[in-house]
Design a protein around this ligand. Structure first.
Ligand SMILES: COc1cc(/C=C/C(=O)SCCNC(=O)CCNC(=O)[C@H](O)C(C)(C)COP(=O)(O)OP(=O)(O)OC[C@H]2O[C@@H](n3cnc4c(N)ncnc43)[C@H](O)[C@@H]2OP(=O)(O)O)ccc1O
Ligand code: AKG
Ligand code: FE2
Length: 359
């Protein structure tokens, strides 16, 4: 094992082959007991998180949704979307056992042998809606991220039954179903804040026309302070509905500052954030905020985001309802498939993708 690890670490190509091409992921390195971070994972100084860039005297809002009929809940959600782009929601109605079950499912998938996980890699997967991989876009990135992932696009339950990995497909489908009600409630509230009274079929295609569930795995990392799990980015979704475990490591950028704030794990809570698509539709009223993840030095972390998106064939831009008071549009109309393509063709680079949609 030690000799094998030394051989892998002896040059850059061997590390890339082992982690990316052979499908071992960073979990493979971590499981072999790697003691120091390979050079490909060392972030430039300006990308590292330090005590001087993290503030501890502020936090993203925590919203109690016990009573959805209370107008204060809607107010808090809309204010959080405007001022933070992120919030945590508690008493949302998704039972704790459902949350625990999907975290367990994630651990189960990543515990599979590399040969089994590799069946779902970009090169081997028989469906483009199923992808196992590592980092974000390894071939395009200067520095790699300390994260492995399984990404599943939901087209239909039948398609999922055919192509999703058997070790997690039923659980993932069940989880998507159990989250649907709260996702719709949050979107209804957010639309209310933009003067959109009803979510008709056309709006539904714009807001939740496409769904993706990801399983992220951040194995214990030898030098977390030098690396990132997921680099600085904003999501391209309308909203993201994220479950994290109890390890911590998600940091959110405070609006109009260079300060980063930790999102503390709260048992039973879900983290909701606004993505670029909704920032564009709201003409900047709601904010899609940069965030990143730092892996842990002693524990394996999992997270399970559900990304809600416009249909790829949707054309997105500031909504009529937002502009009808004479407000000037900040963004042009753009085909969402084109927006997605730009995002997935490069490494994470903060909020750069949204710039291409500006007038
Ligand atoms: C943050 O907000 C998000 C995030 C997410 C998802 C987060 C994830 O981390 S999921 C994993 C993401 N990584 C990938 O999917 C890897 C994609 N890139 C690559 O594989 C390569 O490294 C590449 C060199 C960057 C591109 O390779 P290339 O051979 O040139 O092209 P293909 O990979 O064959 O792509 C063909 C085609 O599909 C488009 N495309 C690629 N990946 C995706 C994708 N994951 N989703 C949608 N479309 C994708 C690609 O642009 C090409 O388009 P064509 O029209 O030219 O065929 C989710 C949601 C959020 O809000
Ligand atoms: O793991 C997390 O907490 C967040 C992951 C994330 O930002 C993403 O997958 O887009
Ligand atoms: Fe994200």
């Amino acid at each position: 094992m030690v000799a094998h690890l030394s051989k892998i670490l002896s040059n850059s190509k061997n590390v890339f082959d082992f982690v990316v091409n052979e499908g071992n992921g960073v979990k493979g390195l971590s499981d072999m007991g790697i003691q120091s971070l390979p050079v490909q994972y060392i972030q430039p100084l300006e990308e590292r998180i330090t005590t001087s860039t993290v503030i501890t005297d502020d936090s993203i809002p925590i919203i109690d949704a016990s009573n959805w009929n209370d107008p204060k809940v809607a107010d808090q959600i809309c204010m959080a979307a405007q001022n933070w782009g992120f919030f945590q929601i508690i008493n949302h109605g998704v039972p704790i056992e459902v949350l625990d079950n999907i975290k367990e499912t994630s651990h189960r998938f990543f515990s599979l042998p590399a040969e089994e996980k590799k069946m779902y890699s970009k090169e081997n997967s028989i469906s483009s809606n199923v992808r196992y991989g590592t980092s974000f876009t390894p071939e395009a990135e200067k520095t790699l991220g300390w994260r492995d992932y399984l990404s599943l696009v939901h087209v239909s339950d039948d398609e999922a039954a055919e192509f999703w990995p058997p070790s997690c497909r039923e659980e993932a489908l069940e989880y998507l179903k159990r989250c649907d009600t709260v996702i719709r409630k949050i979107l209804k509230v957010l639309m209310g804040g933009l003067n959109v009274k009803t979510i008709d079929e056309e709006k539904e295609d714009l807001l939740i026309g496409s769904k993706r569930i990801n399983f992220n795995y951040y194995p214990k990392c030898p030098n977390p302070e030098l690396s990132v799990g997921v680099a600085r980015h904003s999501d391209i979704s309308t909203i993201t509905f994220l479950l994290q475990d109890d390890i911590g490591g998600l940091y959110v950028k405070k609006l109009d500052s260079n300060a980063w704030i930790h999102v503390p794990p709260i048992n039973g809570a879900l983290v909701i954030n606004i993505g670029d698509a909704l920032q564009i539709m709201s003409n900047d009223k709601y904010k899609s905020v940069e965030h990143r993840v730092i892996a842990n030095g002693s524990k394996n972390r999992v997270s399970v985001p559900i990304f809600l998106h416009p249909k790829p064939s949707s054309v997105i831009g500031p909504l009529q309802e937002v502009l009808k008071n004479g407000e000037k549009p900040i963004y042009k109309q753009i085909l969402y498939a084109d927006y997605t393509k730009i995002f997935f063709s490069k490494g994470h680079d903060g909020k750069d993708t949204i710039e291409c949609a500006k007038i």
